[in-house]
Design a protein around this ligand. Sequence first.
Ligand code: BV8
Ligand code: ZN
Length: 258
Amino acid sequence: MPETDPLDSVAGRLAEARHVAVLTGAGVSAESGVATFRDPDGLWAKFSPQELASMDGFLANPQRVLEWYRHRREVIDGVEPNAGHRALAELQRWIPGVTVITQNVDRLHQRAGSRTVLEVHGNLVENRCSVCGDVDAGEPRTGDGPDGLPRCRQCDGLLRPNVVWFGEDLPEDVFGAAEEAASDADVFLSIGTSAEVYPAAGLPLLARRHGAFVVEINPNVTSLSQYVHHSIRMTSGTALPAIVERLVEFRQQSRQPS
Ligand code: BV8
Ligand code: ZN
């Protein structure tokens, strides 16, 4: 019996699925030219997460943190969604019950046309007041204060990127919706994430506990690999278009009169 092509078997599962949950991480944006965090050439190889992605780090040196996020915004403004992002948007057109749960803050899923995107770690585009929580989109204004830092129009508090830092709770409504999507999923795809950061990394395990068929798409082994039903050792930019292509073939075959 020839070994089924793993891409066929994942596409076959998706063709039958009503609810699909997808968890994406930095690896999905890698082929757009956006650095990941934990790859050898990743962000954490150059910068310390504690200093740059935590409230303590921000309060200790707001200029340095704001400069780092301004640099990352510049990178994001200069890149395009890749074939992996576009394939996920296409998947949502074929299966309306697809929920994209992303740890990424770059909004490339939305730019590729994905709807129902749950940003569990916030986004790089908006700013939030570190005191009253007011969110104002658009570039942080250069600060009017003596320290030259951007400040809130409502209360003059320091503005910060509207992302979730280490030690901060995830937005309750967004993460609640992500847990619901994972629990309801017939198929759960974990794509381009090292599955190291909790509570997001717990979502594939939650899906599996609720009976989902769990697939990992990642060129490398991760801490999740031992728990999934299928590992596809390919990049998302290659695997996702191939899976969607097979799904479309399956759907068209099933429409043909037998
Ligand atoms: C919280 C900010 C409650 C936005 C980020 C001890 C044990 C367990 C947990 C903890 C612990 N101590 C502390 C914690 C909790 C902590 C945590 O999980 N720490 C880990 C590191 C141990 N979590 C938190 O603090 C969270 N909050 O728990 O609140 C609480 C409250 C008070 C006190 C304690 C707890 C908040 C987590 C959010 C942190 N914010 N980023 C930003 O600036 O971007 S995390 C950061 O990591 C990003 O959000 C990123 O998305 C996330 C996960 O990384 P990945 O996306 O997976 O990226 P990575 O580089 O790691 O991996 C890339 C993968 O892609 C690789 O596997 C690679 O092989 C693959 N790849 C590469 N190229 C491709 C590819 N795949 C496909 N195609 C390719 N082409
Ligand atoms: Zn404020």
